[in-house]
Design a protein around this ligand. Structure first.
Ligand SMILES: NC(=O)c1ccc[n+]([C@@H]2O[C@H](COP(=O)([O-])OP(=O)(O)OC[C@H]3O[C@@H](n4cnc5c(N)ncnc54)[C@H](O)[C@@H]3O)[C@@H](O)[C@H]2O)c1
Length: 253
């Protein structure tokens, strides 16, 4: 018996999917037959990512939206529903992080880190949840971080934001299970994306990998693969779980 991941007929909306982990997730979901709404703050990246998928035979739309704004979150879901007629999978992936000692952080930094990762996840989920409940099925996958599980120095507020999303994931899973909606999270370690480039260069990749039992940093494909698992039928009985995809960096329960 061959086991395949088939997302044919399913529709996914991925935030922050113009580049990095989100873009790779869009590619993988499309390769599994899913139709994809690629949402990004930057319209050009969202459209370019959608065009790339269309070029390789998949179906995708690019939507520009700022997940920190509830009205944008509602509009991005409406655009996905208008284009594809349904919504099955929401991937809350958009985030930014401020790397600074806590004593140097400003309230504006708090707004950035908490506003996108935590509040953006709440706004996007709130906008999508009615469609999923009405349908009687759905998958919500939050991209968090090992920083939110074990705490990361110089990423204090980001760690707090991601810990918040972890709590939200667990609580919402308990609330939405009765509607056949699963809610899970993937927690990457440092992953080689455009957004992480400066951080990796600052610390030095050779130095960093020593903290990773598998002795390499993550690639976007590593994280996207775990997201694809949660989106697939293989994970139908898994909810409220946080899966670290970080080469063994964090083994927290
Ligand atoms: N790369 C890492 O080392 C790493 C480690 C742990 C967790 N993560 C998490 O993985 C996810 C993706 O990170 P990445 O490294 O691919 O980031 P990235 O910076 O490469 O890409 C993030 C994308 O999100 C978009 N975005 C930013 N703010 C937005 C907003 N308000 N609304 C809509 N889109 C917005 C950006 O334009 C960008 O295209 C994030 O949740 C991040 O916290 C990344």
């Amino acid at each position: 018996m061959a086991v395949t991941i088939d997302l044919g007929g399913k529709v996914a909306l991925i935030t922050g999917a113009g580049r990095g982990i989100g873009r790779e997730t869009a590619r993988l979901i499309a390769a599994a037959g899913g139709r994809v709404a690629i949402v990004d703050l930057l319209e050009d990246s969202a459209k370019a990512a959608a065009a790339e998928i269309a070029k390789s035979g998949g179906q995708a739309i690019g939507v520009s939206a700022d997940v920190t704004k509830p009205a944008d979150a509602l509009r991005m879901v409406e655009e996905a529903l208008r284009a594809f007629g349904r919504l099955d999978i929401l991937v809350n992936n958009a985030a930014r992080w401020t790397v600074k000692p806590f004593k140097d952080l400003t309230p504006q930094d708090y707004d950035t880190d908490i506003g996108i990762a935590l509040l953006g996840t709440l706004h996007s989920t709130r906008a999508a949840v009615d469609a999923l409940v009405k349908q009687g099925s759905g998958r919500i996958i939050n991209v968090v971080s090992d920083a939110g599980r074990v705490g990361e120095p110089f990423l204090t507020v980001y760690s707090a934001a991601k810990a918040g999303v972890i709590g939200f994931t667990k609580a919402l899973a308990k609330e939405l299970g009765r509607y056949n909606i699963t809610v899970n999270a993937v927690a990457p370690g440092t992953t080689r994306t455009p957004g992480a480039q400066e951080f990796i260069q600052g610390v030095g990749e050779e130095k960093m990998v020593k903290a990773y039992p598998l002795r390499r940093l993550g690639e976007p494909r590593d994280i996207a693969s775990a997201i694809l698992f949660f989106a697939s039928d293989l994970a139908g009985y898994v909810t409220g779980q946080i899966l670290s995809v970080s080469g063994g960096y964090s083994t927290a329960g």
